[in-house]
Design a protein around this ligand. Sequence first.
Ligand code: ARG
Length: 257
Amino acid sequence: MKKIISIIIAATMLFALAGCGKDAANNSSNNQGAADGKKIIVMGTNAEFPPFEYREGEKVVGFDVEIAKKIAEKLGAELQIEDMTFGGLIPALEAGKIDFIAAGMSITEERKKNVDFSNGYYKASQVIITLKDNTEINGPEDLENKTIGVQLGTTGDEEAQKIQGAEIIQFNAGYAAIMDLQNDKLDAVVLDYEPARNFASQNDKIQILPVELTQEEYAIAVRKGNQELVDAINTVLEEMKESGEYDKLVEEYFSKE
Ligand code: ARG
């Protein structure tokens, strides 16, 4: 009997505790916006793309996050970040779950049908990554009939699909593709240059071939017709370039390894 009572007491306490925690969490997230009258602006990203966005513990950080903070500041809003798969970003934007996409997203004609882009803020390209001991692949022409890893739904994915006879393996994260390359499951990986350089700086088995497959430019995407937000973002980008903040960020996040 005693045992049963103590179990009941323990269970009640646990229940109360759990309830408590939930309330606290709810209160803090609900009140924060209301208490200081701040609105919330939601950035969508895919934090698998260092140095533009990546995780430091639980936090999403990176070059794009720094720009997003400035955008929020300009709007007098509190920045909230939603991390999701890259392919989920445009649907989430269209559904109103996020306000803008800052994810090293390249401007493409196809995407322009579904979103509006800010001015470009970073010039980028797709590159080929191979193992250092691979002497067979020296350029795009050597990728025919090879097994190539890409990040799903990216411009690198699109570019790789054009290669004759190649088998394209799509990953949710570029890093996972690099791991499979290292484990000899892939012949090459096609990825954006800066993340490729970031991965290569931490992995002495891989190399980046000195050829650019594409010329691209990253921009921030907003819902179609949201001109007000595009204008605000463009103003922020301009101001950051004028004040030298932009160059400071470049130095901080793209310092030569
Ligand atoms: N620039 C490429 C694209 O637009 C890849 C971007 C991937 N970004 C990311 N956060 N995972 O498709």
